[in-house]
Design a protein around this ligand. Structure first.
Ligand code: PLP
Length: 414
């Protein structure tokens, strides 16, 4: 491990003493960035395969984002939702046009809030249905991740995120992901909505089977339940399409966005089809900061750039380079990974059995060798770099990852 400078040591000590210890950060203090490269306060550089957890889709130092932020900052920062400002209205219109299904948008500040809005919308909508006003259940999937508020952590069907926070709100049920028969058995007349990630992110980068998504859509249509796609991580071009559900050709009734939407500025959104949105009528829901003009001004630039063919072509080319590079590294090192999965620049490398217990060491060694990588689930290295990452940054990052793996004490034969 590199020794820390006294400034870094002091700040890390401060963090460890003063912050609620909900995270375990690497011991480095990031300072600035350009493209997909970051620098810490000691001047060390890192290739960024993490992008602030799939958030900084335009990387660092994007001139258009900066110009939009500065221009808006000189006008007005906040109006509340009691009064209009222009950026969120333009953004709503542009998101609806890009969505291919939605008619209305609700803005908020984070992914969890967007899912919370979707859950409330589904319950309220079900209440108004003449056929079955008693429908309350939100059906979600094992291995999912939908946020950390009490309702969204309950939607998140992973016990490790829920333990100790009981009693959890009622009205949630779980089914196995990608299992048509089990989903069908779990579905029932009490289901108001199905909430699903088109590619599970935190759960280990697991893409939905297109046939599975088609089945879920059909079942929701037959029963008159809403289909909610959580595209908080997968949306905004991350998977090589603007929306991940385009890979399967299945449209939702409701879609939630956050992460890449603001390219690093906090913003969330819920997009709603048809007249479903009407049930959240005057006074039924709200949030003070939602649709903040600074956030919306930045998100407008993010949407325009991330839906361009230039970015989408780069995602395709860099995704191939990343897959090929990881496969070659895997061959040279004799089987670090047992498989690669995902779409576009949302890629998971599943560690081989003997490497799985060492995932923490791998992430530490990667950072020490100048490349930032994330974990997803207990055994998956997750690659979600900025979508603007250049070819030379990608190959440098792969070289650094290989150096990191080689630097680890050798692994005993399985
Ligand atoms: C990150 C994430 C969330 C939660 O978003 P926050 O902004 O952290 O509240 C919800 N769903 C998915 C799929 C995510 O990746």
């Amino acid at each position: 491990m590199t020794t820390l400078s006294s400034d870094t040591r002091q700040l890390v000590d401060l963090a460890q003493a003063r912050l609620v210890p909900t995270y375990r950060q690497r011991e480095l203090i990031l300072d600035h960035g350009q493209g997909a490269t970051l620098w810490d306060i000691d001047g060390r550089d890192y290739i960024d395969f993490a992008a602030g957890i799939a958030v900084n889709a335009l990387g660092y130092g994007d001139a258009d984002v900066l110009a939009a932020l500065q221009e808006q900052a000189g006008r007005i920062w906040h109006t509340s939702n009691i009064f209009y400002s222009e950026p969120p209205l333009r953004l709503a219109d542009e998101l609806i046009a890009a969505s291919g299904f939605a008619q209305r948008v609700f803005f908020c500040n984070s992914g969890a809030e967007a899912n919370e809005a979707a859950i409330k919308l589904a319950r309220r909508w079900a209440t108004r249905q003449a056929r079955a006003p008693e429908r309350r259940t939100i059906l979600t999937f094992e291995g999912s991740f939908h946020g950390r508020t009490l309702a969204t952590v309950t939607a998140t069907a992973q016990p490790k995120y829920q333990a100790g926070f009981e009693p959890l709100p009622g009205g949630f049920r779980y089914a196995p992901y990608n299992d048509i028969v089990a989903f069908d058995a779990a579905f029932g007349d009490d289901v108001a909505a199905v909430l699903i990630e088109p590619v599970q992110g935190e759960g280990g980068v697991v893409p939905a089977d297109p046939a599975f998504l088609h089945f879920v859509r059909r079942r929701c249509d037959e029963a008159g339940a809403l289909l909610i796609f959580d595209e908080i991580q997968t949306g905004m071009g991350r998977t090589g399409r603007l929306w991940a559900h385009e890979h399967a050709g299945v449209k939702p009734d409701v879609m939630t966005l956050a992460k890449g939407l603001g390219a690093g500025f906090p913003i969330g959104a819920m997009l709603v089809a048809g007249d479903v949105a009407q049930v959240l009528d005057f006074g039924s829901h709200g949030t003070t900061f939602g649709g903040n003009p600074l956030a919306a001004a930045v998100a407008r630039v993010a949407l325009r750039k991330l839906s361009s063919s230039a970015i989408q072509d780069n995602v395709g080319a860099r995704a191939k380079q990343l897959r090929d590079g990881l496969a070659a590294l895997n061959t040279r090192l004799g089987g670090v990974f047992q498989g690669l999965r995902g779409h576009g620049l949302m890629l998971g490398a599943v560690l081989a059995g003997k490497w799985t217990p060492r995932i923490g060491e791998i992430l530490d060694a990667a950072a020490a060798n100048g490349v930032l990588v994330l974990q997803a689930g207990p055994e998956v290295l997750r690659f979600v770099p900025p979508l603007v990452i250049r070819e030379d940054e990608m190959s440098e990052g792969l070289d650094r990852l290989e150096r990191a793996l080689v630097s680890l004490p050798s692994v005993p034969a399985a």
